[in-house]
Design a protein around this ligand. Structure first.
Ligand code: HXC
Length: 258
């Protein structure tokens, strides 16, 4: 792949969107590479956490590539949106836990791909925003939907209508960022959180993730029924047996993957 780098070590995959000269802006080629990369990762059983970051030290992702969109037709614009949605839906729903390591600008499509991750750990110099309305378009990589679900309708409307940029601390106050850390500690902070997740039952974590994701699009009663079914199912796993027995025997649990 040309614009996306993938490294795997100790059950953690690090995906780097790497076009630093364009502040990692997402063109069609990069979106296709991301889709391919996420398709590959979702099949890899030895990967349990995926960390997504941007190449260089200034930007996570500065949005969709404006130089590519400037002459696009409505059909081409729609196709670009659908391609990104396919890639971002894969990212959002992969069985692994995904952490966005936001190392600078997360504007437009950058904010949208960060929101498709489960968790956002952000450097102190991170800047979030949805500048699309200032370009005469709307957020088209899921922003009108995921931002409202994440921080609420009122705040999402304010950010999208004003195109205001917000800093890391403001993103944290709004619930857009899970944690703010000094820039030079960003990857370490992501790996440290990944490590804490890796020590838990990976099967349980993966089921919990899919319950949260699926439940957000359901009514509460049906979502609770779905949770009860999945909860019952976890009682058939080795990890449940081992986790509870270890607790009662006052020893560390040796959780596997089922
Ligand atoms: C293409 C981009 C880009 C982008 C930056 N660059 N963002 N190219 N698309 N989104 C390029 C610049 O043209 C420039 O190239 C180089 O990266 C460095 O950027 P500068 O502007 O010189 O850097 P700086 O002055 O530090 O400003 C950083 C910035 C600014 C604040 C992030 O670049 C900026 O406002 N970028 C656009 C942000 C944006 O509007 N994003 C939303 C896009 S719409 P050269 O060749 O001159 O060095 C979107 C829609 C999603 O995301 C849905 C679509 C369907």
């Amino acid at each position: 792949m040309k614009n996306v780098q993938l490294e795997v070590a100790d059950q953690i995959a690090t995906v780097t969107i790497d076009r630093p000269k364009a502040l990692n802006a997402l063109n069609t080629e990069t979106l296709s590479e991301l889709k391919e990369c996420f398709s590959e990762l979702e099949k890899q059983k030895d990967v349990r956490v995926v960390i997504l970051t941007g190449g260089g030290n200034k930007s996570f992702v500065a949005g969709a590539d404006i130089s590519e969109m400037v002459n696009a037709t409505p059909a081409e614009g729609r196709a670009m949106s659908l391609l990104a949605m396919e890639a971002f839906n894969k990212l959002e729903n992969m069985p692994q836990v995904t952490i966005a390591a936001v190392n600078g600008y997360a504007l437009g499509g950058g904010c949208e791909i960060a929101m498709s991750c489960d968790i956002r750990i952000v450097a102190e110099n991170a800047v979030f925003g949805q500048p699309e309305c200032g370009l005469g378009i709307i957020p088209g990589f899921g922003g009108t939907q995921r931002l409202a679900r994440l921080i609420g309708k009122g705040r999402a409307k304010e950010l999208i209508f004003t195109c205001d940029r917000i800093d890391a601390q403001e993103a944290y106050r709004m619930g857009l960022a899970n944690k703010v850390v000094p820039a030079d500690q960003l990857m370490r902070a992501c790996q440290e959180m990944a490590g804490r997740i890796l020590s838990k039952g990976s099967y349980a974590v993966s089921i919990a993730k899919s319950m949260i994701n699926a439940g957000m699009d359901m009514d509460l009663n049906n979502a609770l029924k779905m949770e009860a079914d999945a909860f019952g199912f976890t009682f058939s796993t080795h990890d449940k047996e081992e986790g509870m027995t270890a607790f009662l025997e006052k020893r560390p649990a040796n959780l596997t993957d089922f």
